[in-house]
Design a protein around this ligand. Structure first.
Ligand code: AHR
Length: 571
């Protein structure tokens, strides 16, 4: 079977014969019978998988320019500790085996990551992260700057995510939450600086000195261009300054959303015509241990109050691109949202802990609340919260994946409970099971709407397995290939890998009655943080680039056939 659109322009009815007569007189023939229709290909077929990995969100899709804006980056998940540049999880029992695994993760040794302080000399001013008089209990850290000598201005500098991209004539919105001691008698000035220290914009903040938090905004217009710029807060008086939050966004975000997305990066996603958007992962759903799982409720509300979480991929993220922003993006681009919930299991590739029996209800309620946040009307608790956050109408949530890459009898048991509870309340939703049969024998679940198998393989696997779905059982559920990529034997990705993915896609389309959704993974890498070898889209401060695999995805989505037709190849 091949897709109809490729041929619909060259023939009307009957059979189409394409032959190829080579000089060696070997005759190859493709016979396409337009009257013999095969499986249709679902409009939901092509979507995207998002996870906070490789700085996909912070420093990537999310337009925030300031790194460590809330000074929360050195917060560790509960019970973890650091040894040098390694973060060590707390000891928990792997729920399948009872073992306590030894693992370690990347940890910054900088005391205040992304920030530096410059004055007349090293004694002129000092900085330290404190929890003194926090503005938000949920994000309690702030930076205390003690200025002793201001005979030359003291500058607090943020380097952004490997630089900040300032474009001449563009406007940037600064927000800072700051307070000063009563002996601080000076101004606070904010400056956009080029990499060489040239002032590209400068404004004085309207603050009242003397102890109270000031929450101030300022718009700065860049008078020059630099893709490796920095932001400075400048102090010109002795005294003490506490900085709770510093944020800088380009005004020109995707769809002009506040707390929005980088326009160029978001447009790359729009180019993929995604029918759905999966959030929030990936392994971050589970966390290294449960204490480290990403929690959607903490991604809501004032960005300055969001605590963020340490991503298992080696850095703390801000939670800036949160649940609300994801749902808003889905609405903006006409995609259905997919929410992935945690079933009370820590990542099974990592520490693999499990919450106790009595706590399972907590995770079910958490998932139901997430659904209510997206779909509930304003009379519901979480629907009202969504309205208060700025969106009275429901958002287009359609899919809930129950766990990410979980397996084993305990997962199956929990899946059944989640499935039944969610289905009873939201029969219209499509619920998805993680299919990892290779790890623990046959699945023992009662029912699912969809299964989600993953493939990270070499090109030859995809070339050999274009018929893989032909023999899959029909009638029980549909298949969502939620993560797949040719990432073995292809370095950071190459044309051979991309072609093999195209071949595999052909097999999925041919089995369109069964495989109704697919998403390549991972989606993004920042060019300075490749913690996963092969990724679809590369990002720098001022550039975004799709690899060959991106163009495979784009071609497939743009030319999604409506149905298959019968074809025969003879040689
Ligand atoms: O896509 C990268 C990782 O691969 C995801 O976090 C996980 O689900 C899978 O193992």
């Amino acid at each position: 079977m091949i897709g109809i659109k490729q041929f619909v322009y060259s023939c009307v009815l009957g059979s189409l014969v394409i032959s190829c007569d080579t000089t060696q007189r070997v005759k190859e023939e493709i016979v396409i019978n337009l009257q013999e229709r095969g499986a249709t290909i679902s409009p939901s077929m092509y979507g995207v998988f998002f996870e906070e990995i490789n700085h996909a969100g912070d420093g990537g899709l999310y337009a925030e320019l300031v790194q460590n804006r809330s000074f929360e980056e050195k917060e560790m998940p509960a019970g973890f500790h650091a040894e040098g540049n390694k973060l060590l999880p707390k000891a928990v029992k792997y729920h399948l085996t009872g073992e306590v695994r030894e693992r370690s993760y990347r940890w910054s040794t900088d005391e205040v990551p992304a920030w530096t302080l410059q004055g007349k000399d090293s004694l002129a001013a000092q900085m330290k992260v404190t929890k003194e008089n926090p503005k938000f209990a949920s994000a309690p850290n702030n930076l205390k700057v003690v200025i002793r000598d201001a005979s030359q201005p003291v500058q607090l500098l943020n380097e952004g995510y490997w630089g900040m991209n300032f474009v001449e004539g563009e406007r940037y919105i600064l927000r800072t939450i700051i307070r000063t001691s009563s002996d601080y008698k000076g101004k606070v000035t904010v400056r956009l600086l080029s990499s060489e220290g040239k002032i590209l914009s400068s404004e004085t903040l309207d603050i009242i000195n003397g102890g109270e938090w000031n929450d101030v905004k300022k718009t700065l217009t860049a008078v020059g261009h630099d893709s490796k710029g920095r932001l400075a807060l400048e102090f010109d008086s002795p005294g003490t300054v506490w900085v709770d939050y510093v944020s800088l966004f380009p005004e020109n975000t995707f769809n002009n959303r506040p707390n929005g997305l980088r326009r160029d990066v978001a447009e790359m996603l729009v180019g993929l015509k995604p029918a759905f958007f999966r959030w929030l992962g990936g392994c971050v759903v589970e966390g290294i241990t449960l204490d480290n799982r990403f929690e959607w409720k903490k991604t809501l509300g004032d960005p300055a109050a969001r605590p963020g979480e340490y991503s298992t991929w080696g850095y703390r993220c801000s939670y800036g691109f949160g649940y609300y922003e994801m749902l808003q993006f889905c609405e903006d681009i006409g995609a259905k949202a997919m929410f992935v919930c945690n079933v009370g299991l820590g990542c099974q590739f990592r520490m693999g802990d499990a919450c106790g029996e009595h706590d399972i209800d907590f995770y079910i309620d958490d998932c139901l609340d997430a659904i209510e946040y997206a779909l509930g009307d304003e009379s519901t608790e979480w629907g009202a919260r969504r309205a208060a956050d700025g969106h009275p109408a429901p958002f287009p949530l359609q899919y809930v994946e129950i766990g990410n890459e979980n397996w084993g009898a305990e997962y199956d048991r929990r899946f059944d409970i989640f499935y039944k509870t969610i289905k009873e309340k939201y029969p219209q939703l499509t619920l998805i099971y993680n299919e990892m049969p290779q790890r623990d024998g046959a699945s023992q679940i009662t029912k699912t709407d969809m299964i989600d198998p993953h493939w990270y393989v070499d090109p030859y696997f995809f070339f050999r397995n274009t018929t893989l779905f032909d023999s899959y059982e029909r009638g029980k559920y549909e298949v969502y290939v939620g993560e797949y990529a040719c990432n073995r034997s292809v370095g950071a990705g190459n044309m051979l890998g991309a072609l093999s993915e195209a071949a595999f896609i052909g097999g999925m389309e041919r089995n369109g009655d069964l495989v109704t959704m697919a998403s390549y993974a991972p989606l993004f890498e920042h060019r300075h943080d490749r913690s996963w070898q092969t990724n679809l889209i590369w990002i720098d401060t001022d550039q975004v680039l799709g690899r060959s695999s991106y163009y495979v995805q784009k071609m497939a989505a743009e030319n999604r056939p409506t149905y298959n037709v019968k074809s025969n190849i003879t040689m």
